[in-house]
Design a protein around this ligand. Structure first.
Ligand code: RUQ
Ligand code: CUA
Length: 662
């Protein structure tokens, strides 16, 4: 036995040495020193690319540098973030307002960078909230969420936030079909087929300021919309959405929504929809949705509830929408850089269908329909088909493009990225992922101008790739060099939350836009103190407003007395610094919310309701100078009804004696 064992071991090690000695055929699995050097960015050097990665159920978006995989920032979007006071400060709370009230969490799946002429322009990045349907716009000067719009008539906003080539629109297709908002949803679930509808929202984006507005919604049959991409170049003016559950099942979808051999890709002629809108064919429908905007001058968000949305009925207005049959529960729906090819990825399909925009146009003109689905014409599969990639792998999900005629598709089941040629549909390379890859990203990989140096795979399972950390392991991304013919794995890096889609762009497009600080003279916050001389404490009934300033290394005022139990205290802290990278923090003992993190020139407000009398220290949470630990103060809280006068001071070694009168 033992001998056999040893012999076997010997054989194994021989194989091992042989493999490392003479380079194995499939070198993709191993990361050689040479490969690791490709991901190395020396200390003090900048990365070449920004990578904006969705945080999945963390609700946030994270920013990595590539090729190093260094985490640069987590941008709070749909979830509260105590680190940055997001959703805790009075100024940011309205950003998380919805028609359901304040919602502190969501599930962000897709990131989409704004484009001009089909190229990433570095102005904004959009993100979607799946659970309570919303779309967010993040400004890439401040790396902060500046706007969030809620989506009426929707649930599970998954096929979102994909954009057109000049960022005319951000779209948002509902995953769940639901009864429309203006009829009662208090109806039997079994009435799905009669009463549930699918909605796709077209959100317009202001050319200069990026302001979002729901231009119109399309009412469609009750199916699940999954993903989408806009046409570009020749197909600009069209949008494509993958749909599943054309069975219209309302239970056990894993079985009941996998019955039909083919589901659909929905082709939407949005230019036509615009014409109908102009011709007054839309209907204003009553609903409720929140629109939240952050103003960088007042440093404050405002939330407005809107009560109407414009709806176009895709069934009545004939030539807006067409269905294209697509094998087996399509997921990704991707358009190549030329705008000619539309790739559908059926999660349960053993091939990848590639549709041709020209053929689709011809099929529509010639009325090559195989019938209709709930009043929407269904184009014949062959009539729109460019061809199929045969036996590419198992469980295709998403595709990105390199701009050199190749597509890269992820395969969840067979755990690999497969490179194939768009014209002849031949597989040219494949690389394993560790493991079960979902989305992938090539910088600019869904734009007209990909920058095909890297592909990043975002994996669902990591198992043995990192040190164990209890039952839940790090989510993971893998970076491949694709500058040569063969994909070469060069780095694993863990991510925040569960990554879904991500986008990347050359650092130069964004890095010089970075805001370094806010100009204090432009600060229009109603409670700003533009200098220590203006700091004060004002009582209005049981509300106490502290106009506080912070500058290295003290607060003003830093001694406050005369606050009473029953008061609502508002610390409006203005950071007076006018220099890059000098935020100050603010925290008060016992506060039930979070810290404030105040950028230079900005004012942020912490609401504090002390529940017992006593002495409450305040301090700066961000190490701002050698004397950061000295940046502190006290708030004295007296019992309700106490007659301790309201006083405040900075720099008085002997604060005025204000003993309570008995
Ligand atoms: S998804 S792993 Cu939520 Cu974009 Cu395909
Ligand atoms: Cu300010 Cu530390």
């Amino acid at each position: 036995m033992k001998k056999l064992h040893l012999a076997a071991l010997g054989l194994l090690s021989a194989v091992f040495f042989m493999q490392t000695g003479c380079k194995p055929k499939n070198a993709n699995n191993a990361v050689t020193a040479d490969a690791a050097a490709k991901a190395y960015v020396a200390p003090g050097k900048y990365d070449e690319f920004y990578n904006f990665v969705s945080g999945g159920f963390s609700g946030q978006m994270s920013v990595y540098g590539l090729p190093s995989g260094r985490l640069l920032r987590v941008i709070p979007v749909f979830s509260v973030d105590p680190e940055k006071g997001w959703g805790y400060s009075e100024e940011t709370k309205p950003m998380l307002n919805t028609s359901h009230g304040f919602v502190p969490w969501d599930d962000l799946h897709h990131t989409e960078l704004s484009q001009t002429n089909g190229e990433i322009d570095g102005r904004w990045v959009f993100g979607n909230a799946n659970n309570t349907p919303r779309v967010a716009r993040i400004d890439l000067g401040t790396f902060r969420t500046n706007e969030i719009i809620e989506l009426p008539n929707s649930a599970g906003n998954h096929s979102s936030p994909f954009i057109t080539e000049n960022t005319e629109y951000v779209v948002a297709g509902t995953r769940f079909s639901v009864p429309p908002d203006n009829v009662s949803g208090d109806i039997p679930i079994s009435s799905y087929k009669q009463n549930f509808k699918g909605y796709i929202s077209f959100i317009s984006v202001g050319k200069e300021d990026g302001k979002m507005d729901i231009a119109f919604q399309l009412q469609l049959p009750g199916v699940n919309f999954d993903l989408s991409h806009a046409g570009k170049g020749k197909s600009h003016g069209w949008f494509f959405f993958s749909c599943y559950n054309t069975e219209q099942a309302n239970t056990l979808l894993e079985v009941n929504a996998s019955q039909r051999d083919k589901d659909f890709i929905l082709a939407v002629n949005w230019k036509k929809a615009e014409e109908y809108l102009k011709a007054g064919k839309g209907k204003k429908v009553a609903t409720k949705y929140a629109h939240n905007v952050y103003d960088e001058k007042t440093h404050t968000a405002k939330s407005e509830i809107k009560t109407e949305v414009m709806v176009l009925d895709a069934k009545e207005l004939k030539d807006i929408c067409y269905f294209i049959p697509c094998p087996k529960s399509p997921h990704g729906c991707d358009v190549d850089p030329t705008g000619e090819y539309i790739v559908g990825s059926g999660k349960l399909a053993a091939l990848i269908p590639v549709f041709s925009f020209d053929k689709l146009q011809k099929a529509i003109a010639d009325k090559q329909f195989e019938g209709d689905y709930e009043g929407i014409p269904v184009v014949k599969y062959e009539a729109a088909l460019h061809g199929e990639v045969q036996k590419p792998g198992l469980g295709p999900l998403h595709t990105e493009f390199d701009g050199k005629g190749n597509a890269y598709t992820t395969f969840f089941v067979s755990s690999e990225v497969v490179k194939w040629n768009i014209k002849d549909l031949k597989v040219v390379d494949r690389a394993p992922t560790f493991y079960s890859v979902g989305h992938l990203c090539i910088p600019g990989g869904d734009s007209k101008k990909p920058n095909a140096k890297y592909v990043i795979a975002y994996n669902k399972i990591t198992k043995d790739r990192y040190l164990p950390t209890g039952p839940e392991l790090a989510q993971s991304a893998q970076l491949y060099d694709i500058s040569g013919d063969k994909m070469q794995l060069i780095l694993d890096f863990p991510t925040i939350g569960e990554p879904h889609y991500a986008q990347a762009v050359a650092a130069d497009v964004i890095k010089n836009r970075s805001v370094k600080f806010f100009k204090i003279e432009e600060n229009a916050h109603p409670y700003v103190a533009k200098g220590e001389a203006n700091s004060k404490v004002v009582r209005e009934g049981n509300k106490v407003h502290v106009y506080m300033t912070s500058v290295r290394s003290h607060f003003s005022p830093d001694n406050i007395e005369g606050v009473r139990v029953g008061d609502e205290v508002y610390f409006h802290v203005t950071n007076l610094e006018q220099d890059w990278d000098v935020p100050h923090g603010f925290a008060v003992k016992g506060a039930s919310n979070a810290e404030l993190l105040i950028m230079p020139g900005e004012t942020q407000t912490l609401k504090w309701v002390p529940e017992k009398s006593g002495m409450y220290p305040i301090y700066c949470t961000d190490f701002c100078s050698a004397l950061h630990q000295e940046m502190q103060g006290y708030v004295r809280v007296s019992p309700a009804g106490s007659n301790v006068p309201l006083t405040f001071s900075t720099g008085k070694t002997q604060p005025k004696e204000t003993a309570p009168k008995k």
